[in-house]
Design a protein around this ligand. Structure first.
Ligand code: C2E
Ligand code: CA
Ligand code: CA
Length: 545
């Protein structure tokens, strides 16, 4: 829009007409106040024109009125043009309609409440609906069901076939879930591979409602078990479902309900997956105990509540050749908590990383100490390394640096890994191991025989030892199957050029049998229990007699 120095409109273009609704014949000769909406007061316009006259320019957002009466926001800029005499001869205004289109509005609303990948309601919409259900509850009314669904092998899929395939799977899971439910139910995706289902209008009778819920859980598990076609790949999936039923006497808090379903889901997952669990109070109590343990675990390092115990390993001649470091957590009452109870928790929370580093450092300090004494100078110390620790990008460096810091010869350190740790990312594991092996650190494959290693794969790993799992040693003397397995492990190790050690050796008969089968290294209560450093030193002195 162009006006003269008196602000009378001289020219407008096509865009002016389509935004304002006024044609040129209606606008020309009028003042721009033709467009005013009445939303801004006189002072506003006064300030605007003053600015234009003094600075030659004004820009901002204002409300104007179209010919049809509709008020709309526009982005406006006005420039003054001076003639040769220095007086303002024209004003040039340009503006854009910044009304958000209805379609764009819908899109924004959609994005706020729906998950773009699966088109399912998102967390926000779910919470919205859940709060409506909670608010509408009446005494003796119908039961509702909240389910937390988590895919069991989603991470593996993402790691092996890539994120695109992961996305495809999520979309197909979403469609299958919808098919299991009625229109009035809600399936939402919370993110990742977590889905939540809200089912209303179950029975008013608790037993019936439980039965209905169980049927639904089974139906969902079944549909997820059917193979998925992801591009050219046929993929088999499974899910863990946590469910919680609620009605008028249940908690009023949404978050509380979600937490209950989450706790139940966790139980289903820990039971091995591909199953569903209902939340109950006992579950809640277990979860509380775990949460408390987690919390205490985090402080235990600072409180110096950890200690390394050492269990002797002996050779065929009965002489100590090494030891395994086993972690202990001292409780306030002086008792020790078994690592079997807290290592899995530490893995889950990531606390295993600082804890693992502490073990490594402590092992180095111990090795340094042992060097001073002829009794212990030759011992090789084995430490247990868990999956998360081992798969850190800089794990090798951490080990080498810690060894160097304490001036320890790398050949004195052995790392115990389990098959599952190595199977996780085979190539990465091999690279990690090779670097360490070159520096002199050796590896023992822990709990051997309980996993699924093939020879093909074993032969690629730079191992130096297989550790026969204690479950084969326990009934070795009576059980011919165990004898056959142990014999197989030993001949396998021989053909791969590896040492063998048996753990959990408790009786002389077991040791004899192992020797006869060809196993020449042993660890177990028969030779010594895991004990603190001082006690360990005393024990070795007895061996020496
Ligand atoms: P593991 O590596 O298989 O350790 C052997 C377990 O068997 C130890 O239990 C040991 O005390 C026990 N044991 C030793 N000899 C005998 C025997 O003759 N008979 C019987 N019945 N048991 C015997 P512990 O110390 O409770 O450790 C349990 C598991 O915790 C270990 O299994 C290991 O996987 C893990 N762990 C221990 N220390 C650490 C650590 O520093 N880091 C990591 N990541 N894991 C550790
Ligand atoms: Ca071990
Ligand atoms: Ca073991």
């Amino acid at each position: 829009m162009v006006t003269d120095g008196e602000r009378k409109i001289l020219r407008v273009n096509q865009a002016f007409t389509s935004i304002t609704g006024y044609g040129p014949e209606e606008a020309i000769g009028q003042l721009p106040s033709l467009l005013s909406s009445g939303h801004h007061d006189a002072a506003f316009y006064k300030a605007m024109w003053e600015n234009i006259d003094v600075h030659g320019y004004w820009a901002g957002e204002i409300w104007n009125r179209r010919k049809n009466g509709e008020i709309y926001p526009q982005r406006l800029s006005v420039t003054s043009v001076k003639g040769p005499d220095g007086e303002i001869s024209h004003y040039v205004a340009s503006f854009a309609d910044i009304t958000i289109s209805t379609a764009a509005n819908d899109e924004i609303k959609y994005l706020a409440f729906y998950d773009p990948l699966t088109q399912l309601p998102n967390r926000r919409l779910l919470m919205d609906r859940l709060s409506m259900v909670l608010a509408a509850r009446t005494r003796g009314g119908r039961y509702s069901l909240l389910m937390f669904i988590d895919l069991d092998n989603f991470k593996t899929l993402n790691d092996t076939l890539g994120h695109n395939m992961g996305d495809l799977l999520l979309q197909q899971v979403a469609r299958r879930l919808e098919k299991c439910l009625r229109q009035s139910d809600t399936v939402a995706r919370l993110g990742g591979d977590e889905f939540v289902v809200l089912v209303n209008e179950l029975s008013t009778d608790e037993t019936d409602a439980v039965r209905q819920s169980e049927t639904l859980c089974a139906k969902i598990l079944e549909t997820i078990n059917l193979p998925f076609m992801l591009g050219e790949h046929c993929f088999h999936s499974a899910a863990s479902i946590g469910a919680t039923l609620f009605h008028d006497r249940s908690p009023r808090q949404l978050e509380e309900l979600l937490k209950q379903a989450d706790i139940a889901m966790y139980q289903a997952k820990h039971g091995g997956g591909n199953s569903s669990r209902f939340f109950d109070q006992g579950m809640h109590d277990t979860a509380m105990v775990r949460a408390r343990l987690k919390y205490r675990l985090r402080q235990a390092l600072d409180l110096e509540q950890f200690e390394l115990f050492y269990q002797v390993q002996v050779g065929q001649d009965g002489r100590p050749c090494g030891a395994e470091a086993l972690l202990r957590w001292r409780q306030e009452d002086g008792s020790f908590l078994s690592p079997a109870e807290f290592i899995p928790l530490a893995e889950e929370t990531g606390f295993i990383l600082p804890l693992g580093q502490w073990v490594l450092k402590q092992a180095c300090i111990q090795l340094r100490d042992w060097e001073q004494d002829p009794l212990t100078r030759e011992l090789v110390l084995a430490i247990n390394v868990s999956a998360r620790q081992f798969h850190q990008a800089d794990f090798g460096e951490q080990v080498c640096n810690t060894l160097a810091e304490h001036g320890i010869t790398p050949t004195r350190l052995k790392l115990e890994l389990t098959e599952s740790v190595l199977l996780d990312h085979v190539e990465h594991a091999i690279a990690n191991m090779q670097a360490l092996r070159q520096s002199g650190v050796s590896f023992s494959l822990d709990d051997f025989g309980t996993g699924f290693s093939s020879l093909q794969y074993l032969k690629r790993l730079p191992l130096s030892q297989l550790k026969i799992d204690q479950s084969f040693v326990r009934e070795l003397v009576e059980d011919a199957n165990d004898q056959a397995i142990v014999l197989t492990i030993i001949s396998m190790a021989r053909s791969l050029g590896l040492d063998v050690i048996a753990e959990g050796v408790e009786t002389e008969e077991q040791r004899l049998m192992l020797t006869r089968l060809g196993c020449l290294h042993y660890q177990g209560y028969l030779f010594g229990r895991p004990v603190g450093a001082t006690e360990f030193r005393r024990m070795l002195a007895v061996f020496a007699i």
